[in-house]
Design a protein around this ligand. Structure first.
Ligand code: ADP
Length: 220
């Protein structure tokens, strides 16, 4: 079995990060840590974090760095991540978060940062048709719906359109990405950690590209 990797997945909204991260997490037997999923769970549960994050998220704005850094710092301190590794999806999203991650991972540095690259025109189309399970976050679309109605094939949860998959919030999130997150591609490139992977084409082909790029970099 292929075990262990410490990696970050970058890429525009709708690039396929969620789908690919689930596959990578099974293959490398490491947790898939999606900050978006963690925040959506907090919103559903009505926790103090969820109350702070909910409105920002629905409008497509970022949640403040200090909150996000605390969440990720706690999560990367747990036994599963310290012993096996992790796939971080949705963090870091700003240079401030990347600097904090450098400190958090000082004793166990990242193996690789992947930029899953898909053009803006393609992601716009994918986001408009995207549907997700409100319980387990499995991805569907209007072209590839669940087998029975809008009920998740994996867990039986309701499959819905995300609150922030409206045209206005999509535009805002893509603009946030270009302004705050795209600079991380160069930032990690300068540190020699970056692999750019073409995210266009069949999901299985993209997965194969990811496996070969990640395998080159794994330290374990
Ligand atoms: P997407 O990448 O499609 O926007 P995510 O599920 O990764 O979706 O994130 C949804 C929302 O959660 C973001 O628009 C933002 O409001 C918030 N969020 C998630 N991760 C972060 C982060 N690292 N920093 C700030 N906000 C975040």
């Amino acid at each position: 079995m292929t075990r262990g990797v410490r990696m970050v997945m970058l890429g525009r909204q709708g690039a396929g990060k969620g789908t690919q991260c689930v596959r990578l997490s099974r293959h490398y037997v490491v947790p898939h840590i999606s900050t978006g999923d963690m925040l959506r769970a907090a919103v559903r549960e009505g926790t103090p974090l969820g109350r702070k994050a909910g409105e920002l998220m629905a409008a497509g704005n970022l949640v403040p760095d200090d909150l996000m850094i605390d969440i990720v710092d706690d999560r990367l301190d747990r036994d599963d991540t310290t012993s096996r590794g992790y796939i971080l999806d949705g963090f870091p999203r700003t240079v401030g978060q990347a600097e904090a991650l450098d400190q958090i991972t000082v004793s166990r540095p990242l193996d690789v940062v992947v930029d899953l690259d898909v053009a803006t025109e393609v992601v716009l189309e994918r986001l408009a048709g995207r549907r997700v399970c409100s319980d387990c976050s499995a991805n569907y679309s209007v072209d590839t719906p669940p087998k029975y109605g809008w009920v998740c094939d994996n867990c039986g949860g309701d499959v819905v359109q995300r609150d922030d998959d409206t045209p206005a919030a999509i535009e805002k999130r893509l603009a946030e990405y270009e302004a705050n997150t795209a600079p991380l591609i160069e930032w990690y490139g300068q540190r020699g950690l970056l692999e750019v992977i073409d995210g266009w084409g069949k999901a299985d082909h993209v997965t194969a590209r990811l496996f070969s790029a990640i395998d080159k970099r794994r330290s374990s």
